[in-house]
Every structure is written in structure tokens, then in C-alpha cells.
Ligand binder design. Structure first.
Ligand SMILES: NC(=O)c1ccc[n+]([C@@H]2O[C@H](COP(=O)([O-])OP(=O)(O)OC[C@H]3O[C@@H](n4cnc5c(N)ncnc54)[C@H](OP(=O)(O)O)[C@@H]3O)[C@@H](O)[C@H]2O)c1
Length: 278
């Protein structure tokens, strides 16, 4: 396999593939005056060569594009002429874009697929892929190969209809990036109580872990506690007053509290709804 990119996903994937017996031939970086250092470091870990788009030999059966969504089409086009007759399969890993982004490769006879792991990859973290869902979409032969690769990586693949990809990815964005946005807002709320962000992170971890554990085991309704389920409107009113000085935090509080009223059990609904209207 040859991998385009040396960023977060590529770094994880190249090493994981190498460890489970795949032969990673090249780590391909864009042609830029910037140093090839990330690609070189990654190539040395994965037993591959670090090359650029211009110098890549593409001596691989599978080309896996691990570049930002906005660069997939362009990267595929730049490699299409040289891939013709050599590269049998090509994947990209965007959760929102279709395999159609690889059309320039497909025209040269390469079977293409989008292969999206529902996992977060950031520098310095090494997630397990055991049981991680991978959404597959694309040409039948390419998705067949993808299923095998995903199985070898320890993941679980599922077919995602092309028409549902964008919606799937909107949902997926709640599972990590927007969840992080919530946690950053939680840290800001802690500042209002005179705590530091570090305090907030350290002090909140036990309750956050327990909430996730409850959510996973008991479901949302049976994991729900706090002033809203109890119908303690005066407590909620106090929160809204202290948060007035921090409108961005207050907006998130109000949006989530409203979502709660619509979706989770709450006593004293009328009073809470009145409070949250303002
Ligand atoms: N990270 C995740 O958690 C995650 C999870 C699931 C799916 N994905 C998908 O994986 C893909 C890559 O995401 P990422 O998070 O790994 O991105 P990333 O960390 O930003 O890395 C992108 C890599 O692509 C290179 N690149 C940028 N433009 C290029 C171009 N025109 N030609 C060749 N290489 C180019 C970058 O090189 P420079 O350093 O030179 O810019 C960098 O090495 C995306 O499609 C994303 O949706 C990511």
C-alpha cells in the first residue's frame, strides 16, 4: 500500500497496517519546499519510503489518501496518470465525501472506495481499533478489499449508502469534535466559579466517566440526574443569573437545557420552559 499524507490518520494507519502485516511502500507528501520530516519519521516507523507526489513510484496495489477532505480530489488527480495500470484500488477516509472524489483514478481503471473509521486520531494518542465501526461506500471490489483490511485492523465495517454519507458525518461530528466543544464550554463555565480550566478538567473527570458508563449501560433516560429532572426551577434560575456575565456559555447552557426538556424526563416543565425562553 502507498499512503498519501503524513498527518493524524496517516500516522496511525501506516503503523497499524505495517504491524498487521501489510507492506507499506511509500508515504507520499505534497510537492512543497517544506521539509519531508513528518513523512520521513512515519516512513521509518512503517518500513516505507518517504516520497513526494512528484517522486512517488506508486508501486502499490492500494493507494490510501489520508489528506484533508478539501485536498482529496486534487491529490487523486495529480497521481491519476501514474497510477493508471498500476494501482488497482484507492481509498480515501472522509466521513462526508463520496468515493466519487477519486473519479480521476477510477477513470484509469482503479476501483475506489471511501473508508471512514468512526474514531478520533490525534498526535500522541494510540486508540485501539477493536470493534471500531468503519463506514464503507464505493465500488464493489474496492469495498470488498476494504472489509478485509478493516477486519485485519480489528475494526467492524458496515455499508453506508451514498445518499446518507453527509448525514452520517453530521451525526459523527457530535461523537467527538462537538463533544469537545461542549467540554471546552464546560471549562469556561468553571472560570465563572473561580476554578481554572485545569481544575475543571481534573475535577470533572470522575462524574464525566460515570455519566458515560451509565449512558452506555443504562441508556440516556436512566442516566439523567440534576435540577431539570427534579424540576428545581429556582436552581436553574440562579444558574441563568450568574451566567449572564458570560453570554456564550449561557447560550450553550440554554440550548442544551431546552434540548433536555424536549428529550429527557423533567418535572415542572412549564416553569422550566418559561425560564429558558428568555
Ligand atoms: N483525524 C481523525 O480523527 C480522522 C478520523 C476519521 C477520518 N479522518 C479523515 O482522514 C483524512 C485526513 O485527516 P487528518 O486528520 O489525518 O488530517 P491532517 O492531520 O491535517 O493531515 C493531512 C495530511 O495531508 C497532507 N496534505 C494536505 N494537503 C495535501 C495535498 N494537496 N496533497 C498531498 N498531501 C496533502 C498534509 O500535509 P501538510 O502537513 O504538508 O499540510 C498532512 O500530512 C480526512 O479525510 C479526514 O476526514 C480523520
Amino acid at each position: 500500500m502507498a499512503i498519501v499524507g503524513a498527518g493524524s490518520l496517516a500516522t496511525f494507519l501506516a503503523v497499524a497496517l505495517h504491524k498487521c502485516g501489510y507492506f507499506v511502500t511509500e508515504i507520499i507528501s505534497r510537492n512543497s519546499p517544506r521539509p519531508l520530516r513528518p513523512a520521513r519519521t512515519l516512513a521509518s516507523k512503517a518500513g516505507a519510503r518517504a516520497v513526494t507526489m512528484r517522486t512517488a513510484t506508486l508501486d502499490a496495489e492500494l493507494l490510501w489518501l489520508c489528506v484533508p477532505d478539501r485536498a482529496i480530489r486534487e491529490a487523486a488527480s495529480s497521481l491519476a496518470t501514474r497510477a493508471k495500470g498500476k494501482v488497482r484500488f484507492a481509498f480515501h477516509s472522509s466521513g462526508a465525501l463520496l468515493s466519487r472524489e477519486l473519479e480521476s483514478l477510477r477513470k484509469g481503471g482503479t476501483a475506489v472506495a471511501s473508508v471512514h473509521p468512526l474514531m478520533t486520531f490525534v498526535p500522541g494518542s494510540h486508540p485501539s481499533l477493536a470493534g471500531v465501526p468503519f463506514a464503507l461506500e464505493g465500488d464493489a471490489v474496492a469495498t470488498r478489499l476494504a472489509r478485509r483490511v478493516v477486519r485485519d485492523l480489528g475494526g467492524k465495517s458496515f455499508a453506508l449508502p451514498a445518499a446518507r454519507k453527509a448525514a452520517y458525518h453530521a451525526w459523527a461530528t457530535f461523537t467527538s469534535p462537538l463533544w469537545l466543544a461542549f467540554l471546552v464550554t464546560m471549562e469556561e463555565a468553571a472560570l465563572t466559579a473561580g476554578l481554572t480550566r485545569t481544575d475543571a478538567r481534573r475535577m470533572s473527570m470522575p462524574i464525566i466517566r460515570q455519566t458515560l458508563e451509565n449512558y452506555s449501560r443504562l441508556g440516556p433516560e436512566h442516566s439523567f440526574s440534576g435540577p431539570i429532572i427534579r424540576g428545581d426551577a429556582t436552581t436553574v434560575a440562579k444558574h441563568l443569573v450568574v451566567l449572564k456575565k458570560y453570554p456564550a456559555v449561557r447560550d450553550v447552557y440554554v440550548a442544551l437545557a431546552r434540548a433536555t426538556l424536549d428529550r429527557l424526563p423533567a418535572r415542572n416543565q412549564t416553569e422550566l420552559q418559561r425560564l429558558l425562553k428568555n
